[in-house]
Design a protein around this ligand. Structure first.
Ligand code: URA
Length: 447
């Protein structure tokens, strides 16, 4: 049915005119953006018009002023959590998504054990990337839905709650993101900025540390793109009067050794137990120390990292994680008895065909295999298999000898399809000369 201009108070615009304005490189003012987001949230502006606008923004971009207006309009499309009852500073961490990224699961209890409240609102895996909610849900009974009053109570009592975006939180972003996902309009710095920050601002935080991933396994393939996104997030965060820092981190190879939901959760527990892969621990300490710095608990990275390491050594982070799991109805015995986590019935090992040095492990390729095994989803509402995945027995820079196990694949089927085996082999590049691996932390922008 054809639609006419929607009237909001005495203002009236027509969506085709606003789309054309952006298409031609014009600037949308705050009232126009608010009008669009309100109309879209109320179902008055149809998906086809929003999709045309999204494409115009992808091509023409947005100024900081426009991006801030879009962020605030999407934040205000639903309810904002009121965390004033929480006496500690409320700082969250957000990653733009990668493969093997289970940092949130070890970082949240470590940071909370240092006295910060971590209102962690996470997402699900989509495409080749994993999501913290799926990993947490591999813990039997663990619930990620919580009403706002329980969320605030848990934050006050334990200093941490690990939940998903509620339906009332930035609903305009929820719809707009799903639309962008199917109209090839995700890749836009202002749209990604507004999407990430609208959700985070709606969660009532006072500060945010962003892990902007770059490389083959990230949405931002090059450091240049990632830098632009990180700068945009920090600038708009400041306009929202929040303390926001960003780190550019390498996502050419998967983070840690485990890829797949229960396997990754187990690896995060290993970090809390004083073990785990070095890169995972490094990423956790750097991001966590910045959260402590933003909260005012420490003055710099080194002091922050020492405090976090102490929470591992004295067991406070692990004990807190158990309490969080219990509070969210999960089976906390998984920490001491990780075999209680779901497990795939079969494993198969891929061995090195040559002796040499690992030059790279293609995170995107490994992420795609993980999805094909059933650990991830292509469509938002697909079910996932928590037990399947891979353990990588080598990292870039390691020496491997012929016949040595490279990857153990955890599968639902007794044999691994030949195509998946081939894709794993192709993802691991072994050369005769040693090549030093790229650093994990590439850049920092401190707010
Ligand atoms: N993650 C989000 O939450 N939004 C985007 O637009 C991209 C990644």
């Amino acid at each position: 049915m054809p639609r006419r201009a929607i009237r909001v108070g005495h203002n009236a615009w027509s969506m085709p005119e606003l789309i054309a304005k952006k298409r031609d490189g014009g600037h949308l003012n705050d009232s126009e953006i608010q009008w669009i987001i309100r109309g879209y949230t109320d179902g008055l502006i149809p998906e086809y018009q929003m999709s045309a606008l999204a494409m115009a923004i992808v091509w023409r971009g947005m100024s900081d002023e426009e991006t801030a207006s879009l962020t605030f309009a999407m934040r205000d499309s639903g309810t904002t959590m009121n965390l004033s009852a929480v006496s500690r500073p409320c700082i969250d961490k957000h990653s733009t998504g990668g493969v093997g990224d289970k940092v949130s699961i070890c970082l949240a209890p470590m940071v909370a054990a240092c006295g910060v409240a971590v209102p962690m609102i996470s997402g699900r895996g989509l495409g080749h990337t994993g999501g913290t909610l799926d990993k947490l849900e591999s813990i039997p009974g663990f619930g990620v839905d919580m009403n706002p009053s329980r969320f605030v109570r848990q934050l006050q009592s334990l200093g941490c709650a690990l939940i998903g975006q509620t339906k009332d939180m930035a609903p305009a972003d929820k719809r707009f993101y799903a639309l962008r996902d199917v109209t090839a309009t995700v890749e836009s710095i202002p749209l990604i900025t507004a999407s990430i920050l609208s959700k985070k601002l709606a969660s009532g935080i006072s500060g945010l540390v962003l892990d902007v991933k770059t490389g083959q396994g990230a949405f931002m393939k090059t450091p240049e793109e990632a830098r632009l996104l990180a700068r945009s997030l920090v600038r708009i965060g400041r306009l929202a009067k929040k303390r926001v820092s960003a780190f550019l981190t390498n996502m050419d190879a998967p983070l840690g050794r485990a890829v797949g939901n229960a396997l990754e959760t187990k690896e995060a527990f290993e970090v809390l137990n004083g073990g785990g892969p070095e890169d995972l621990l490094e990423c956790t300490l750097v991001l966590g120390a910045e959260m402590l710095r933003l909260s005012g608990i420490v003055k710099g990275q080194a002091a922050g990292q020492r405090l976090l390491e102490q929470t591992i050594k004295d067991g406070t982070a692990l004990r807190l994680m158990k309490r969080i799991i219990r509070a969210q109805h999960g089976d906390a015995r998984v920490i001491e008895e990780p075999d209680r986590l779901p497990r795939a019935p079969y494993t198969c090992t891929i061995k090195a065909k040559a002796t040499g040095f690992v030059h790279s492990i293609d995170a995107y390729g490994i992420g795609r295999v993980s999805v094909a095994l059933g650990a991830g989803r292509e469509q938002v509402d697909e079910a996932i298999d928590p037990g399947v995945g891979m353990i990588l027995h080598m990292k870039p820079g390691d020496k491997v000898v012929v016949g040595q196990p490279l990857v153990t694949v955890h599968t639902r089927t007794p044999t691994l399809p030949a195509t998946l085996r081939q894709r794993i082999i192709e993802a691991i590049h072994v050369g005769s000369r040693f090549v030093s691996p790229a650093p994990l932390i590439l850049e920092s922008m401190r707010g």
